[in-house]
Design a protein around this ligand. Sequence first.
Ligand code: 13P
Ligand code: SF4
Length: 337
Amino acid sequence: MSDPEELQSRLSRADAGYYTVEVCRGIATKIDRIRELKLQRNAVLLAHNYQRPEIFEVADFTGDSLGLSMKAATVNEADVIVFCGVHFMAETAKVVSPGKIVLLPNAKAGCSLADMADVKDVADRIAELKVDHPDLGVVCYVNTTAAVKALCDSVCTSANAVQVVASMSNKTILFVPDKNLAAHVAGKLPDKVIIAWDGHCYVHQQINPDSVLSVRAMHPGIKILVHPECRDDVVKLADAALSTSGMVDYARDSDATEFLAVTECGLSDLLAVQAPEKTFYRACKVCRFMKMITLDDVISSLETMQPEINLPDSVRIGASRAINRMFELTASMAAIN
Ligand code: 13P
Ligand code: SF4
């Protein structure tokens, strides 16, 4: 039986006001039920770093998009993957682990950035650009639908975007869909011609330089960690531009004691829970999609085995090719499927 008081002492580091002992008593009961259901279903639960703190308590693995896709490809012992993240991440898990049942506990957990790249629009743009650039390479950020991934030469994540584009032989690259990440890659690789899709993340786009500069003015020695989905004028202020897991590793390994994680607020919650000896200030915004999955959704999903992610073979095979290309280019792991 989970101990509500122990839970409260951990979770209240993320939000002291919300996680009262009473609330943690309810959470403890739900956590116990989820652990029971996971055993019954032989399920593993993968959670993105932006999820609610109580979801981390039931996760078998917590990570960024790259880490989660690699984990989903290698959880051989499980029959079911419960994916606590957003739709494109659960689709990626299905692509790399087609023999498993993949559940996304709340079907409404989408991603507005992924929705900015419609599959027909991307196909039309590729055809149009190939007229003037026969050597065009197409790189899709992992925040795209599986159908869009199937149109690309390689996928990338925030952890390896520069490495993926640098490893491609094509000089001209169409980068879909995040224009901020595209600008970050272009800044690091001046020999490449990067054509950016006009998309952005509504969460990171709201963060402005003033909110970062005001924290730095109050805490001069602070380390500023910025997600590359942020605007260029915010990324410029960073000590390091990193994926969400890159930020966790940086904060854990650094001798510094004060940090500002400039990204979605769930990352600040995770850092506060995982590294209580360090101080984390906030210049973050909440992603409504990443906060949709609740413990009740996880219980209901494991009880009903719904909502399940399924993909047509043509999409799955095309997306698998582009994801494998990312793994090959970055040599992060052996090719899958
Ligand atoms: P990471 O891969 O860095 O975790 O980012 C995913 C994401 O959706 C950021 O908004
Ligand atoms: Fe999508 Fe932005 Fe939310 Fe990440 S933070 S899931 S990119 S809307």
